[in-house]
Design a protein around this ligand. Sequence first.
Ligand code: ADP
Ligand code: MG
Length: 248
Amino acid sequence: MVQKVIEVSGVSKSFGGVVANKDISLEVEDGKITGLIGPNGSGKTTLFNSIVGYHPIDEGSIKFEGREISKLRVQEIARLGLLRTFQQTRIYGEMNGVQNMLISIPHRKHGFMDMFGRNGNEDEEKAERLLEFVGLYSKRFLPSGDLSFGQQKLLEFAMALMNEPKVLLLDEPTAGINPTLINGLIDRLKRANTEFGITLLVIEHNMRVIMNMADKVYCLAHGEMLASGSPDDVQNNQRVIDAYLGAH
Ligand code: ADP
Ligand code: MG
């Protein structure tokens, strides 16, 4: 039986007079990579913020593993194993990679105090293994602010993995990254899915990227769900093509 880890039904969210999300429904299947595309301003980030509890929704329901989470707070949702990354990176530039990794684990069951306790070495080893996984091992002691923007995105991805999420929501992971690093990042995202078993919901503005990774794709336009289906179906959907062309 197909397990739905995230079920969004009829979600609406406005900011003042701006309807950012209108009657949105979307499902994320366990173990899969689901894509969320749409022109700038179509409401993708707003939907992420609603799912992870960053702001209350006006209407609708959001379930995680069958449990209603739309009234829970960010920390409570994160503790259930549902995490997101941001469109803008959130790392400390003066700290090195390992240090950023170690401060990125508030969502585990233990508090940040185990950094100083007997689990300290374990965390450090894990941090180093994950930095190796994203290809930043040799740069792990450099101030993170000295990394390229693409490398900072890889670090941010590794920081999210430190929390061992069940489901990870990635907001435009490849935005602003040069093409050589993009392929490496896509490869890492796919491996996190297959090797670590992390379910992914990925926002992408770049259609080529998402078509190359996703099992299923949803497309938003003007806050509404325009289309959903296999990458091929969505890519060839005339409404989707028009929405993208109209946006430029
Ligand atoms: P996307 O991520 O697809 O580019 P967003 O979800 O960021 O789109 O934005 C959708 C719409 O909601 C935009 O018109 C945006 O200006 C508006 N919006 C998003 N967040 C806020 C906010 N905190 N306050 C006011 N308007 C917002
Ligand atoms: Mg956005």
